[in-house]
Design a protein around this ligand. Structure first.
Ligand code: ADP
Ligand code: ADP
Ligand code: ZN
Length: 216
């Protein structure tokens, strides 16, 4: 099964993709995570992307399409993938369709995570991540069971994203509205778009997504 989680920054895409990956054995393809790894490694892509990401703008389509094409072609993606953060523009969506058609694959579902805009800044500003295993947390909505210790791997090191601040969120939201939101009618027309209530508690959002994937 190949799916897209679509929604604004802070909607809960990464949170839900992690659970789907664990439970369904699909691979989570997060372009944000891939770009942050590229920035950390200092690769040519990372050098190009760093300033753009810090400003909350979108990395050029040709770089993103190249990145996702090489990742989707790897053996672990053959059993199915969850796209988290891609596509974000109409050009990326068209390129994705073309690359899937070429390899005889298709998209099964596009899940729209519907969240009130007012909730997003609080979600993003309170977000932090285990530096070792990547598990996502939140100051208020998902604290580790023991303060300062990752539930999953026991690490005591956490990171916060430089772009997770109220100021950059304005640019990121503007990019979402102008460039990513137009993908909703595109996938609706293909008949594969399903909406879930991203304002619900994490477990309830997950339940809704599983219901969609079960064809309910
Ligand atoms: P995205 O990948 O869409 O940017 P995340 O999954 O990283 O979003 O979620 C953003 C922040 O909000 C994280 O700190 C996460 O723990 C928290 N979060 C995710 N889903 C919910 C939810 N349904 N209710 C409250 N907080 C949530
Ligand atoms: P969020 O879901 O919280 O907005 P991501 O981790 O998905 O954040 O993305 C972080 C940043 O990485 C984006 O603001 C953008 O600069 C860049 N990025 C990620 N995916 C894409 C993409 N598909 N196209 C262009 N830029 C991207
Ligand atoms: Zn951890």
């Amino acid at each position: 099964m190949n799916i897209i989680l679509l929604g604004p920054p802070g909607a809960g895409k990464g949170t839900q993709a992690q659970r789907l990956q664990n439970d369904l054995g699909l691979v989570q393809l997060s372009t944000g995570d891939m770009l942050r790894a590229a920035v950390a490694s200092g690769s040519a892509l990372g050098q190009k992307a760093k300033g753009i990401m810090e400003a909350g703008k979108l990395v050029p389509d040709e770089l993103m399409v190249g990145l996702i094409e090489s990742r989707i072609g790897q053996p672990d993606a053959a059993k199915g993938f969850i796209l988290d953060g891609f596509p974000r523009t109409e050009a990326q969506a068209a390129a994705l369709d073309a690359m899937l058609a070429k390899s005889g694959k298709k998209l099964d579902k596009v899940i729209e995570m519907d969240v009130d805009e007012a909730a997003l800044t609080e979600r993003v500003v309170g977000r932090f991540t285990c530096a070792k295993c990547g598990t996502g947390y939140h100051n208020k909505f998902k604290r580790p069971k023991v303060d300062g210790i990752c539930d999953v791997c026991g690490s005591k090191e956490f990171t916060r994203r430089k772009d997770d601040n109220a100021d950059t969120m304005k640019t990121r939201m503007a990019a979402y509205r102008a460039q990513t939101e137009p993908l909703l009618p595109y996938y609706r027309a293909e008949g594969i778009l399903k909406k879930v209530d991203g304002m619900a508690a994490m477990d309830e959002v997950y339940r809704q997504i599983r219901a969609v994937l079960a064809g309910a």
